[in-house]
Design a protein around this ligand. Structure first.
Ligand SMILES: NC(=O)CC[C@H](N)C(=O)O
Length: 410
């Protein structure tokens, strides 16, 4: 039984004494290691897929929802470090994956844990997290002081890292460090194009229900075209929940082809990478969609791309926002909502052109979390109104979008 296998080895913590700066010996029990581009090597115990992966190290403060996080295409080219110490408690199942594209690699490349993935205790679980990671090709490493490492990122910014899972315990630290340092990074990378679907597809799948699971919506009132920059499934399901059927199109689809589908509204989805790089091909298309006066909802990179298309600027954040516990204020209603966030770039509010106004702000650091365009049915948010994982406080944004589609049709 996988649970017994997982429990055979004690939950070793590789303490700071064993964190070496290149020169130290590999601790005996180590079957995994992290190399930070600044030269730090941290040892741990490998899990999931074996081998080496490289990416941007970002921390996530969610208490649960690790399966949705690791399959969120926005984490492409990233390695997620969980600050919550026990990850794996609810196992993994076939229903909670968030990636909707079938183009191969779409999700996080690696995962870093404090405790070794814990055995599942949940009626929906089909797999131990460790086995699931292996199937998904995600390299895991545990026994890491994730909070200390998180503090390091908060102080020094996100770093390029390489992590290895070597079941035989043979770890080439110099090669690992060289891999981390040689990697190009996320800045300037148009990753959305890579994770986007290559084929157009349609869906009416609705939100998960405790008795029925996922069911399709029969009668849709609206037709929404979703431009796929790395869309999460729960965005599509939330659209179905407000009466919209979705046609998902590749990120490089022309505005003419999108408008030919005669949508009632258009969603610019979430997705990985640097929005400024993706805007090089997406902004001309988005400007035409703006000119069409169709209702538009932008989410995360979709929000950033909308801002760039309108003439605003985006910039890289030091540590980014990754968690399911971020407070955001809706400036229209004055209400504070707790939201799910996952972004490393942000829209510069000082760069907003006339007629583009802030609708939401982060109460953690005052960064922009939403926009609206005066006189046009256009709204966008930096956070994730579809949650998955996270609180459902922001579901109202889908209704707000549906209301825009309703009034635009009159
Ligand atoms: N979740 C997203 O869409 C992320 C947007 C963008 N890749 C960022 O990191 O800011």
């Amino acid at each position: 039984m996988p649970n017994q296998v997982a429990n055979q080895v004690p939950n070793t913590k590789f303490t700071n004494n064993e964190v070496s700066q290149n020169s130290g010996k590999t601790p005996q029990k180590a079957t995994g290691a992290i190399a930070l581009a600044d030269g730090t090597i941290i040892f741990g115990r490998g899990s999931g897929a074996s081998g080496t992966v490289v990416g941007e190290l970002c921390f996530n403060t969610s208490i649960t929802g690790y399966q949705e996080i690791l399959t969120d295409p926005s984490y492409n080219n990233q390695i997620v470090m969980f600050t919550f110490p026990h990850v794996g408690n609810v196992g993994a199942n076939d229903e909670d994956n968030e990636e909707s594209s079938v183009n191969g690699e779409t999700a996080a490349r690696g995962a870093i844990f404090r405790a070794h993935p814990t055995p599942p205790a949940n009626w929906r679980s089909k797999d131990h997290l460790g086995a699931w990671l292996r199937k998904k090709g995600i390299v895991g490493i545990s026994g890491v002081d994730t909070r200390a490492l998180t503090r390091r990122i908060r102080e020094g910014g996100m770093q390029k890292v390489a992590i290895v899972h070597a079941p035989d315990g043979v770890i080439d630290k110099a090669a690992l460090l060289a891999t981390a340092r040689a990697w190009g990074g996320v800045e300037g990378a148009d990753l959305a194009k890579e994770v986007s679907t290559s084929e157009r597809f349609e869906t009416t799948e609705n939100l998960w229900h405790i008795v029925d699971g996922y069911k399709n919506t029969d009668a849709a009132t609206y037709h929404v075209v979703v431009v796929d920059f790395g869309v999460k499934k729960n965005i599509l399901r939330n659209l179905a929940s407000v009466g919209a059927r979705a046609t998902v199109v590749p990120a490089t689809t022309s505005a003419e082809d999108i408008l030919a589908l005669n949508p009632d509204g258009i969603v610019l989805s979430n997705g990985p990478g640097d929005p400024a790089a993706t805007a090089e091909h997406a902004a001309p298309m988005i400007r035409k969609l703006i000119d069409s006066n169709k209702p538009i909802l932008g989410i995360c990179i979709g929000h950033q791309l909308l801002a760039l298309s309108l003439g605003a600027k985006t910039m890289k954040m030091a540590a980014g926002h990754h968690g399911a516990n971020h407070p955001v204020k809706d400036l229209e209603t004055g209400k504070v909502e707790i939201v799910s966030m996952n972004h490393g770039f942000t829209v510069d509010p000082n760069s907003l052109p006339e007629g583009v106004v802030q609708s939401h702000v982060s109460l953690f650091d005052g960064t922009n979390s939403g926009l609206k365009v005066t006189g046009k049915p256009i709204i966008s948010v930096q956070h994730h109104p579809e949650a998955s994982p996270g609180p459902q406080d922001s579901f109202y944004l889908f209704q707000r979008f549906a209301d825009l589609m309703k009034s635009s049709a009159c």
